[in-house]
Design a protein around this ligand. Structure first.
Ligand code: MN
Length: 231
């Protein structure tokens, strides 16, 4: 033993494919915005005028790269889909001004913030943390990242989710309460943002339950599709 060997091999760094590249995007942290679309805040029983968006995190290895099969998670009888645009961060910074925030964006992707709604609401109602409802294994399916260098920025366009071919969520990115710049600026006042961070930017209205065997197809205009099947 040279003093540098690890007791366990805990496996490779979680990563997400990148459109047009062989390299993958390594995942450092996963930040998520809560209630960033007014209609979704209202369907959760909250008033978006009174309560601004807020954040929670998922572990990096909750990512399900490229979608595909997702195992129905334990401990829930009410697993919900939340279609979201995901922002991939390439720069390190804190106190980032909104006017500079887009310089920190590597690219964008389609993602799903899968949620054990029964456990989330139980925690919410008891004033407890959301981790059991939000931060579980495979809870963050993310499709291939579209780099800004080749695909530009994404601040408008359709965002939607179909379950077994039926439209469940449909909105426009412009409906976000905090846009990408404001989100990065706000987060960076509380955390040191780093290359490899992913930010889930919130879901529009229409969230609902899915069950084993269901196929979800999410899309964001210009960013392709994310397909996830519950097994
Ligand atoms: Mn969400």
């Amino acid at each position: 033993m040279n003093g540098n060997e690890l007791l366990f091999n805990i496996g490779p760094v979680p990563s997400v494919p990148i459109v047009g590249r062989k390299d993958r995007f390594p995942v450092h942290r996963i930040y998520c915005v809560g209630r960033n679309y007014a209609a979704h805040a209202r369907e959760m029983g909250k008033d978006p005028e009174k309560e601004p968006p807020f954040f929670f995190l998922k572990p990096a290895d909750a990512v399900l790269p490229g979608g595909g099969n997702m195992h129905y998670p334990p401990g829930t009888e009410n697993l919900h889909h939340e279609i979201e645009m995901v922002v991939a961060i390439q720069g390190e910074g804190r106190n980032i001004p909104a006017a500079k925030a887009l310089d920190y964006v590597y690219g964008y992707a389609v993602g799903l913030d899968m949620t054990r709604r029964d456990l989330q609401f139980k925690a919410r109602d008891m004033g407890r943390p959301w981790d059991f409802g939000k931060a579980f294994d495979e809870s963050a399916p993310v499709a291939a990242i579209h780099p800004v260098a080749s695909h530009g920025h994404h601040s408008m366009g359709k965002i939607s989710l179909k379950v077994n071919g039926e439209m469940r969520q449909a909105a426009d990115l412009q409906e976000m309460i905090w846009n990408v710049q404001d989100t990065i600026a706000y987060l960076s006042d509380y955390y040191l943002l780093k290359p490899g961070d992913l930010i889930f930017t919130g879901t529009p209205a229409g969230v609902g339950a899915v069950k084993k065997g269901d196929q979800m197809i999410g899309s964001v205009e210009g960013l392709g599709e994310l397909s996830v099947t519950l097994v």
